[in-house]
Design a protein around this ligand. Structure first.
Ligand code: PLP
Length: 408
């Protein structure tokens, strides 16, 4: 990506013009949420100004148009993930809701006492707690794949955890703390040799890596719109139809039914069986806009740009910040840098960087078991997106030097 392209991209994100404490905003908290381009913001306004009516049940013009837009958005998501059919895409509030949906519904259909679920040590709470709740409900066991000192999954340990009691494997595609890109294709192949399905938490992957669920052979793949330049409160679950058809609905209500009587209710077909109540049809269309925007720029180009930021920033930090310790040094790594400096508490670094207009995240990043296993109080995390620049990294590294000088 050349400088002109990058400046043009930046100009499409209005918030990047904001001043924070009178300083240029440097936004390095993209792992938590990304900023929104004008086309996404405009699509939300357009929806409410021109296409707002409840969908699926109206005969009138606006309702039909809004329904069409929502269903077109489903097709965009299906194509984006490489799904075979659009019915395999369920709109959810995001990654968290999608994982809860599968943990509940898959658990109801396929799990009993004594069964096991496999997750890994580097999961976000969203891919731990729903499985723990399932384990409590059904008296099952949660098994955990360990990681090595670089923050990479121990695949041999994973193989030895899989057994006839394993009912499902749930694994992050990319770690939100370490940036590790997990070998999900291999993880899936290994599970499938034992007929065990795999859910992939793609929250930190889809903004950075081209995903093809058919090529991966993922049984379930989930992500959040807000982490890929889309709105908050909308995300998607991809599930192979063969699984989605076998598991019960997650929530009951309007839309997910075929017929209702006080004696018996029958359920709607896919995907509606899993979309109880009025869906976020404005959010879905704005999410589709975000995905089209990403595709227009090209995930390969985005990945290349972000990787160059990752390399540049990592080198500058290692060479110029005394006492820095990078947490997460996997060979395959996404544009996330978690670090600690000497004994300085990450929160203090984050607070002072904020005063200089630099937004980073500090703490356990919703991955407390990982942070505990590393024996650290948390990290400072800088996570990059397509609109970040090397000159922002220059400002960041210089600011960090100042901050460390003050705190050290
Ligand atoms: N999984 C991972 C790897 C994440 O990074 C996050 C959010 O940070 C989530 C799940 C949860 O996403 P959401 O809060 O959008 O549901």
């Amino acid at each position: 990506m050349n400088d002109i392209q990058l400046q043009n991209i930046r100009a499409e994100f209005p918030i990047l013009q904001e001043k924070i404490y009178n300083k240029e905003l440097i936004y390095f908290d993209n792992g938590a949420t990304t900023q929104k381009p004008k086309c996404v913001i405009d699509r939300i306004t357009f929806g409410y100004e021109h296409l707002n009516a409840n969908i699926h049940r109206g005969v009138h013009y606006l309702s039909q148009k809004a329904t069409e837009a929502h269903e077109d958005a489903r097709t965009v998501v299906a194509n984006f993930l490489g799904a075979k059919t659009r019915e395999e895409i369920i709109f959810t509030r995001g990654t968290t809701e999608a994982i809860n949906l599968i943990a509940f519904s898959f658990g109801e259909a396929f799990c009993t006492e004594g069964d096991e679920v496999i997750v890994s040590e580097l999961e976000h709470h969203a891919n731990i707690v729903p499985w723990q709740m399932l384990c409590e409900r059904k008296k099952m066991k949660l098994r955990v794949i360990p990681i090595n000192e670089n923050g990479e999954l121990d695949v041999d340990a994973y193989k030895s955890l899989l057994n006839e009691k394993t009912k499902i494997v749930a694994i992050a595609h990319v770690s939100n703390v370490l940036g590790t890109i997990n070998p999900v294709k291999e993880i899936i192949q290994i599970a499938h040799q034992q007929n065990v399905p795999v859910l992939v938490d793609g929250a930190q992957a889809v903004p950075h890596i081209k995903v093809d669920v058919v090529e991966l052979d993922a049984d379930f793949y989930v992500f959040s719109g807000h982490k890929i330049y889309g709105p908050t409160g909308i995300g998607a679950l991809y599930g192979k139809a063969k699984w989605l058809n076998q598991i019960p609905p997650y929530q009951g209500g309007g839309e997910m039914i075929a017929t209702v009587s006080f004696e018996k209710t029958t359920y709607n077909e896919l995907p509606f069986k899993f979309e109880a109540g009025t869906p976020d049809y404005i959010g879905s269309t704005a999410l589709a806009e975000a995905l089209k925007y990403v595709e227009m720029i090209g995930l390969d180009q985005i990945a290349e740009h972000e990787h160059s930021l990752l390399t540049y920033c990592t080198e500058r930090l290692i060479n110029e910040i005394e006492g820095i310790r990078i947490i997460g040094t996997a060979k395959e790594k996404s544009a996330v840098i978690s670090f600690l400096v000497g004994n300085i508490h990450p929160y203090d670094i984050g607070m002072l960087l904020d005063k200089l207009g630099i937004a980073v995240r500090t703490g356990h990043h919703c991955a407390q078991p990982l942070i505990d296993s590393l024996g650290i109080p948390g990290t400072v995390r800088a996570s990059f997106a397509l609109y970040n620049t090397k000159s922002e990294i220059d400002v960041f590294v210089d600011a960090l030097k100042k901050v460390v000088g003050m705190l050290g």
